[in-house]
Design a protein around this ligand. Structure first.
Ligand SMILES: [Zn+2]
Ligand SMILES: [Zn+2]
Length: 551
């Protein structure tokens, strides 16, 4: 711990001396302070004043800088622990939204649209994500649940004819409960057993034991590994649907997607309630997800021979598909089908096959867990073990075989369409959804293609709505309230409508250097820590070890 009275630090801050960034970063890390804070402009509607505020990058709830990732990991552990063995039904009874709440939600929708447009354009969305996270907190504080609002982006036009076939599984009558069964022992004690499930993708070829690299890279099925990783989160959704259908109650889960050494994603899932092991295995075996996208069997364009963009005639109202041009085949002048047209063709084709079908592998691990046991704690640590790492991070950079394995995986992903909007569709003669000028196959900026994600661009933690019945920001507030109460201080409830957040325009000269901002945040944290410790010293007879931890 850095001494809170460290004078060199505050002097550096006072005099705004130029500080080497790497030094400031080390000091920040040491103090558990975000090293990549986002500056947001905050309008105080009570006073009319504007202030620039450093928002920790981890506010967006994705593992970003190491200190934020660590803090989020602890929050996730708290969330996991709280929901796993709930004894009472969580109640979700939303009130009618007020005018102000409606306004917040509409504003959020606006910002979401801006963010989606930025992502589509391949721009950095960090700041807009931070704005959205801030808005979600306000919306929560206003008595609504941010994550119930869902994404407000335009609804995807889906191919309707091709439904996912229902797997052949028993179906129980659905009880209106999220709690599992309880068991009473002969001495009258009640047990509430739950499950810890690990699901893995199938084999793509033999793997060298302990090393995670293929025995024979030439026959290892990289294309399949790439597609399975791309669609893994959909497979998890299907598994949950099937689990609920068979279990006959509203099964709740907390799960994390983690990398295996062979660089495939796999899933750990804490489930509330219990079911027979054989049933879980049967559900995993019967679960699959079909990807109904246009075929990529035929490569129509590559190298210099690429589709050409042509503007549509200008008109007052926008085109229904939002495009203002089309790609055409330069050899024939023929327009390529738009994404919607391609999906319609797929629908009309009775013999069409899905582009891909993803399933789990035969390795399914199911453990029964009782609340409050060391086993349960170990599972919770396991669930959050890799949350601070991205999929590609498990790679041993000094191991040439692993590096080569990862490089082959990235290569397999290079021309694989990662989403309807992926420019790679041009290679197969289809216009990407919302196509625009200057798209080229192999140059998609989507997360899934990047070496650190290796095909899996989804969220790392997937939590069902009625798990702990709280959002992560509610868990965060709990922790703060708890500390304040332990200290005998009242935690004032902030007025949720007080602040309006905006991103700071790029290149704004008023923003201090990152080094200086980090040192200011460290100083703030040290003040808060010193206050807590002083209060702790004055409090008598109370166990305040958790306060010390929070400090
Ligand atoms: Zn951070
Ligand atoms: Zn892509």
């Amino acid at each position: 711990m850095t001494d809170p009275t460290d004078r060199a630090l505050s002097r550096a801050e006072r005099q705004a001396m130029p500080v080497a960034l790497d030094v400031a970063v080390e000091i920040a890390k040491h103090n558990g302070v975000c090293i990549r804070p986002v500056v947001l402009r905050r309008l105080d509607t009570h006073t009319g004043t504007t202030e620039d505020v450093n928002v920790p990058c981890g506010t967006t709830m994705e593992a970003k800088c190491p200190p934020c990732a660590k803090r989020n990991r602890y929050l996730r552990m708290a969330q996991c622990r709280e929901g796993w063995h709930l004894e009472a039904e969580p109640s979700i009874t939303p009130d009618e939204p007020t005018e102000e709440q409606r306004w917040l939600v509409e504003f959020r929708a606006d910002m979401q649209a801006q963010r989606d447009a930025a992502e589509q354009a391949g721009d950095d969305t960090t700041e807009l994500d931070a704005v959205l996270a801030g808005l979600d907190e306000e919306i929560n504080a206003a008595g609504m649940r941010g994550n119930l609002l869902g994404r407000t982006a335009a609804k995807r036009n889906r191919s309707t004819r091709r439904r996912q076939d229902a797997p052949d599984l028993p179906k129980r009558v659905r009880q209106n409960t999220t709690l599992g069964r309880t068991f009473t022992s002969s001495d009258g004690a009640t047990y509430r057993p739950s499950l810890f499930i690990t699901l893995t993708l199938p084999s793509y070829g033999r793997i060298r034991a302990g090393q995670g690299v293929p025995v024979d890279p030439d026959t290892y099925d990289y294309p399949r590994a790439a597609r399975d990783a791309l669609h893994f989160s959909k497979l998890v959704d299907r598994f949950v649907q099937n689990l609920r259908r068979v279990a006959g109650y509203d099964v709740q889960y907390f799960s994390s997607v983690e990398p295996q050494k062979r660089l495939a994603p796999h899933l750990h899932m804490a489930v509330r309630g219990t079911m027979p092991r054989a049933e879980i295995k049967a559900i995993a075996a019967a679960t699959y997800h079909q990807v109904w996208w246009p075929s990529v069997d035929e490569m129509r364009f590559e190298g210099e021979h690429l589709p050409v963009w042509t503007e549509r005639p200008e008109r007052a109202e926008p085109y229904p598909d939002g495009q203002d041009g089309d790609y055409l085949d330069p050899a024939t002048g023929e327009l390529l089908p738009t994404w919607h047209e391609a999906l319609n063709r797929l629908d009309a084709d009775e013999d069409a096959e899905p582009l891909h079908v993803v399933r789990f592998g035969p390795q399914v691990d199911v453990q029964g867990v009782l609340s409050g046991t060391p086993d349960a704690d170990q599972c919770i640590r396991y669930l959050s073990k890799y949350l601070t790492k991205s999929l590609g991070d498990t790679l041993d950079a000094d191991n040439p075989a692993q590096r080569a394995h990862a490089a082959r995986m990235v290569e397999a992903l290079r021309y694989e369409p990662c989403s309807p909007a992926c420019p790679n569709w041009l290679r197969y003669g289809v216009q990407p959804k919302n196509a625009k000028a200057d798209m080229a196959p192999g140059r998609c900026r989507g997360k899934a293609h990047k070496p650190e994600h290796l095909g899996y661009a989804g969220r790392r933690v997937l939590v069902s709505r009625k798990w702990s019945n709280k959002t992560l920001s509610e868990h965060k507030r709990d922790r703060r309230t708890w500390v304040m109460e332990a200290l005998g201080l009242a935690d004032e409830t902030p007025d949720p409508h007080r602040y309006v957040w905006k991103p700071v325009p790029a290149g704004d000269d008023n923003i201090p250097s990152l080094a200086l901002r980090l040192l200011r945040m460290v100083a703030e944290r040290q003040r808060w820590r010193a206050t807590l410790l002083a209060l702790e010293a004055s409090a008598t007879g109370q166990d305040l070890s958790a306060v010390r931890e929070a400090a």
